[in-house]
Each structure stands twice: as structure tokens, then as C-alpha cells.
Unconditional design. Structure first.
Length: 104
């Protein structure tokens, strides 16, 4: 494996790992720091912003790590899997975001 492939997988790992805290806070309906917040990386972003930021990282990581080598049977099954995950994550962020905003 050449160094360019190693670098590609290294950045795939960075993006996929960075998605985890944003995704978890987002589906929990909680605010969390993001580079989109004000000030960037310090201010808190809404649950929905964190879900969108998590999915941006997930797409970047999967593109870098699995482009042309999908672990699924076909690209159609990969797209279907991602569509289901996106729908449930956005729904959970919306639902829990409403619950936590009512308590504040």
C-alpha cells in the first residue's frame, strides 16, 4: 500500500471519529461545540446542526475510506442503509431537541 492510500485512510479515520461526539449529542437533542458555532469550536450548536456536521464527517470519511471499495453488497444497499440512518438521526435530534428546549 502506497503512502497516498495510507494518508487517505488516516483522514478517513479522522473524519469518522470526529463524527461520533457530534452524532451522539445530536441524537440526544443536546447542544455541543462545532466549527459552525460562534466562536468556532467553542460556542454551542443545536442538536440539528451537530447531526448535519456529523453526517458531513461521515460522508467524507466513507468517501475517503470506501470509495470504489464499498463493504456492502452493492452501492444501492449502501445508499439505502445511509438513508435510513440519516432519517432516524434527524428525527431523534428534532424530538430530543424539543424535549430539552422545553426544560431550559
Amino acid at each position: 500500500m502506497d503512502w497516498m492510500n495510507l494518508l487517505k485512510f488516516f483522514f478517513a479515520g479522522i473524519f469518522l471519529t470526529n463524527a461520533i461526539p457530534h452524532f451522539v449529542h445530536g441524537i440526544s437533542g443536546k447542544k455541543f461545540q462545532s466549527p459552525i458555532a460562534n466562536p468556532p469550536g467553542v460556542g454551542l450548536s443545536s442538536a440539528m446542526v451537530n447531526i448535519l456536521w456529523a453526517w458531513t464527517n461521515i460522508f467524507a470519511g466513507f468517501y475517503l475510506g470506501f470509495h470504489k471499495t464499498t463493504p456492502f453488497a452493492s452501492m444501492d444497499t449502501a445508499i439505502t442503509f445511509l438513508a435510513g440512518a440519516i432519517v432516524v438521526s434527524i428525527t431523534l435530534a428534532w424530538h430530543f431537541g424539543r424535549i430539552y428546549s422545553e426544560e431550559a
